[in-house]
Write a protein that binds this ligand. Structure first.
Ligand code: SAM
Ligand code: SF4
Ligand code: SF4
Length: 333
């Protein structure tokens, strides 16, 4: 067994909201996340003061990178204000955002001004009809492409996230790769995961990196690229005839638990040490009951030191059924 002790705490993902304007079927299926779905009331969400305070302690404990996510993070009011506050944390090296891109024409400039460096924009197909079916709201690819352009114009670094589900959008592998290559965008293929308990995941619906890579090789020549740092999640390649990267997030076929340095803070202030945990640790109530910074630091340190998570290393059809897992909209991928 790989040694899972002492994985450093380097990254923090913060979900700022559990709501979303889309209903991607692999994340928030519309049959379950319907009009009556009980999303969190505002009082349950961490305030920006609370997020800043918790983030500061994480940075003091070694976190270098923060990613803001959701639900759809740009539905949270004044997100650039939060970016501006977090960017000032001494020791924080990088701050990024994962978004479906639809609100970027409105916010990209302000986010950049506030100090945001990079965005990951999710787009699963450039075929309007197919994308509309996948996102459950009949939203075509055009609004996301506009978001991409807005991010480019604002000078933000961009990666495109594409989740591939067998029989759904595998036909879009080459069209998406072509679009991204032509527009000098780094595309990351994400293996479909069994996040939460509502997306009806089955192993047979996963298209592995190996399969995607084989498909790409029919149209493109690729060469491997070294990882930039310990714990880098994407396995990266470069097109031989262009200075454009393409990556794979192989959570299912080649798990990477032994180098997982990431903690997650849900929209309602629960701390998760793994994307596939059932219950989080309630840091929000501890804070609201008056814990001082050193008590909060002890709380986080203790949880991280006890961490033994290696869900993806152990995943089988059986573990998928057995475990209750937090929904993606709460902790944001
Ligand atoms: N709404 C934003 C977005 O879509 O980018 C941020 C939150 S979303 C939960 C974060 C990332 O998780 C997205 O790139 C999305 O494609 C990915 N994701 C959601 N459900 C997934 C699943 N079942 N398997 C793999 N990736 C998933
Ligand atoms: Fe919303 Fe993102 Fe989930 Fe799609 S993947 S439903 S855009 S949170
Ligand atoms: Fe990290 Fe859990 Fe994913 Fe393994 S399964 S890489 S421990 S988040």
């Amino acid at each position: 067994m790989k040694d899972l002790l002492n994985r450093p705490l380097r990254d923090l993902r913060i979900s700022v909201i559990d709501r979303c304007n889309l209903r991607c079927q692999y994340c928030m299926p519309k049959e379950i996340f319907g009009p009556d779905y009980p999303f969190l009331p505002p009082s349950e969400l961490l305030t920006y003061d609370e997020i800043e305070r918790i983030a500061k302690i994480f940075v003091e404990l070694g976190v270098e990178k923060i990613r803001l996510t959701g639900g759809e993070p740009l539905l949270r009011k004044d997100l650039p204000v939060l970016v501006d506050r977090l960017i000032r944390l001494e020791g924080l090296e990088d701050i990024a955002l994962t978004t479906n891109g639809i609100f970027l024409p409105k916010y990209a400039h302000d986010l950049k001004q506030a100090g945001l460096k990079r965005v990951n924009i999710s787009l699963d197909s450039i075929n309007d009809e197919l994308f509309g079916q996948m996102n459950g709201r009949n939203v075509g690819a055009a609004p996301v492409k506009k978001g991409i352009e807005a991010a480019q114009n604002a000078g933000l670094g961009i990666k495109i996230n594409m989740v591939i589900k067998k029989g759904m959008n595998d036909s879009e592998i080459i069209p998406m790769a072509t679009y991204c290559k032509e527009n000098e965008l780094e595309l990351r293929f994400i293996e479909y995961m069994d996040v939460g308990s509502t997306n009806g995941w089955k192993m047979k619906d996963v298209i592995t990196k190996k399969e995607i890579y084989a498909k790409l090789q029919e149209s493109f020549e690729l060469e491997p690229v070294e990882a930039d740092y310990f714990g880098e999640v994407a396995k990266k390649y470069k097109y031989k005839d262009a200075n454009v990267l393409v990556g794979f997030i192989t959570s299912v076929s080649e798990s990477f638990c032994s180098s997982c340095t990431r903690a997650r803070l849900s929209a309602n202030g629960q701390l998760y040490t793994c994307l596939f945990n059932g219950n989080g640790h309630n840091i929000r109530d501890f804070l609201r009951e008056g814990a001082d910074d050193s008590a909060l630091e002890g709380f986080i340190k203790n949880i991280w030191e006890q961490r033994r998570d290696r869900y993806s290393d152990e995943r089988t059809e059986e573990t998928v059924k057995q475990r209750k897992k937090v929904e993606m909209s709460y902790i944001g991928g």
